[in-house]
Design a binder for this molecule. Structure first.
Ligand code: MSP
Length: 511
């Protein structure tokens, strides 16, 4: 069985994550489920990033120890993953003892081999971003990333000589043109950071304690990004001077998915750390676009944050998964508002999918008090429908392999739309009035049931609960992802997505 190791970025435990953060888990979950469906031995890892000055401060403001604080939020994050049906195999926490030990050993190894040296840092420091800036990099005197205050800092610090590896990195990019997608993100990083020459990276801090201490100099804690990036290998058994069979089997990762804001860390620092450790690089890194609220960044200060659990209470898990997966494209940001969720819910889930399933099962039970079997019909509508059903699996796989996830979903909805049209074209209610058309009627209903079954199977990667419900309503164990000639019997129809009254719902939400 071919292996497939996929990772998400690990979420900060500074506060409860919003729907934008969970999007990444939902996206990776769809990819992981799709790979499993196609016979891969998948290892899917997500988790939490729990060290750093910001977390230390938040814990202190909440009169808690940092450990208590991160234990609480890590649990919230894990619960949200479970709520959203994220089928992760491993959940890593950077406060795991094993992770901390290996991070400490990694730092020591890099120091011993001369990649890390002790120096001094003078600069302007942003606490939430844990980053240093020069005067000219500031925007209106504030942090260029988050817009917050920066403070003047001068401290002894360890530095990583990134420049030792820049040539190798550039060569790797050239030899592996698909290493980073979308290409535009790689080019942007290349032009802004690599081409002008890589600066040495400051990799330790003395201004706070909540981190992995430098083993040979305990005034210092290890820079949170080295600690965080290492999660991808520590949690599958990398231990510097030894590795487990799990690590041997799954590393390098096949796909590492991260948001566009942290692509720099993943395509410059991370590959260089791996090179310095003598490890192979991941096969692909995908920097996905963002989910915006009314085309604006979600933030506490703007009061425009949407939380996954609130959305699930309003619309259900699969409606939220479907919204995120269909709205956010391969390279372009998506937008979220309550109105947009309701519109998509009504048009796609209630109309196109829900109605089709409900109408078809009702007709099957109304016209046939017993089994519905395959009957060959040779009209162009039927041939077209069957062709579309038969090519669906390969179309979906092609889009998923290219990471065009919203388009993969669209392929399935195209077949569902085609099936709805097939009902209008074949008019079963007219066929039902004519005893001579009984065979044809049975063939039409069978074709519809079979189309729904294959679509439901394909949907299992995206909206797994709904997929299961549909297959149960169809009363079938057939898991063949193409049109088959068989029999349906004992179907029970129940509404899947009840149409939402937009005005009522918006009133209920108070939006
Ligand atoms: N802890 C770091 C990642 C370390 S990985 C070694 C971090 N955490 S985060 O909690 O801020 O973000 C987690 C992920 O959510 C990141 O990939 C980030 O890009 C993503 N997103 C944050 N806001 C988002 C949206 N509004 N939309 C989509 N993804 C978003 O960064």
């Amino acid at each position: 069985m071919e292996k497939f190791y996929i990772t998400t970025a690990i979420t900060y435990t500074s506060s409860k994550p919003h729907i934008g953060n969970l999007y990444e888990m939902i996206l990776c979950d769809a990819i992981a489920r799709h790979k499993r469906l196609h016979g891969y031995d998948v290892l899917f890892q997500t988790g939490t990033d729990e060290h750093g000055e910001k977390i230390e401060q938040k814990a202190s403001n909440a009169s808690m120890s940092p450990q208590q604080y991160v234990d609480n939020i890590a649990l919230v994050i894990k619960d949200l993953c479970d709520l959203m049906n994220i089928s992760y195999d491993k959940f890593v926490r950077t406060t795991n003892k094993n992770h901390e030990e290996v991070v400490s050993k990694i730092f020591k190894k890099l120091y011993d081999q001369g990649d890390i040296y002790l120096g001094e840092y003078k600069g302007l420091y942003c606490v939430p971003c844990e980053s240093f800036f020069t005067e000219t990099q500031l925007v209106d005197g504030k942090c260029p990333d988050c817009g917050g205050e920066v403070k003047e800092t001068c401290e002894e610090a360890y530095f990583f000589k990134l420049s030792n590896y820049s040539e190798r990195l550039v060569k790797y990019f050239e030899e592996n043109p698909n290493f980073v997608v979308p290409l535009s993100r790689k080019n942007e990083m290349f032009n802004n950071f690599i081409k002008p020459g890589l600066q040495d990276l400051c990799v330790s801090r003395t201004s706070f304690k909540w981190g992995v201490p430098v083993s040979f100099d305990d005034k210092h804690v290890i820079y949170v990004w080295i600690d965080a990036l290492a999660n991808y290998i520590t949690n599958i058994g990398y231990n510097v001077d030894s590795v487990t069979p799990e690590f041997e089997k799954y590393w390098p990762a096949d796909l590492q998915v991260v948001g566009k804001d942290i692509i720099r860390f993943h395509i410059i620092y991370w590959p260089i750390i791996l090179m310095a450790l003598g490890l192979p690089l991941p096969k692909k890194i995908y920097g996905h676009p963002w989910l915006l609220f009314q085309n604006d960044k979600m933030s506490k200060s703007k009061g425009n944050i949407m939380y996954p659990d609130d959305l699930v209470k309003l619309f259900g898990v699969d409606a939220v998964r479907y919204y995120c997966l269909s709205e956010i494209g391969f390279a372009n940001d998506g937008n979220i508002t309550y109105e947009l969720i309701i519109d998509k819910y009504n048009s796609d889930l209630a109309n196109t999918l829900g109605n089709l399933v409900n109408r078809t099962i009702s007709m099957a039970n109304k016209y046939f008090d017993g089994p519905v079997s395959y009957k060959e019909i040779l009209d162009e509508y039927s041939k077209d429908l069957i062709n579309k059903v038969n090519s669906l699996d390969s179309l979906v796989s092609k889009k998923m392999d290219e990471l065009y996830v919203s388009e993969a979903l669209d392929e399935i909805f195209n077949v569902l739309r085609r099936s709805n049209k097939y009902i209008d074209e074949t008019t079963p209610w007219i066929l039902a009035k004519d005893e001579a058309q009984r065979e044809k009627l049975e063939g039409v209903i069978y074709n519809l049931l079979e189309s729904i079954r294959v679509c439901a199977l394909e949907l299992s990667s995206f909206i797994p609960e709904t997929s299961e419900k549909i297959l149960k309503q169809l009363n079938t164990n057939n898991r063949e992802s193409k049109f088959t000639e068989g029999v349906y019997e004992g179907m029970v129809g129940e509404p899947l997505f009840v149409r939402i009254d937009k005005e009522e719902k918006l009133k209920e939400i108070g939006a």
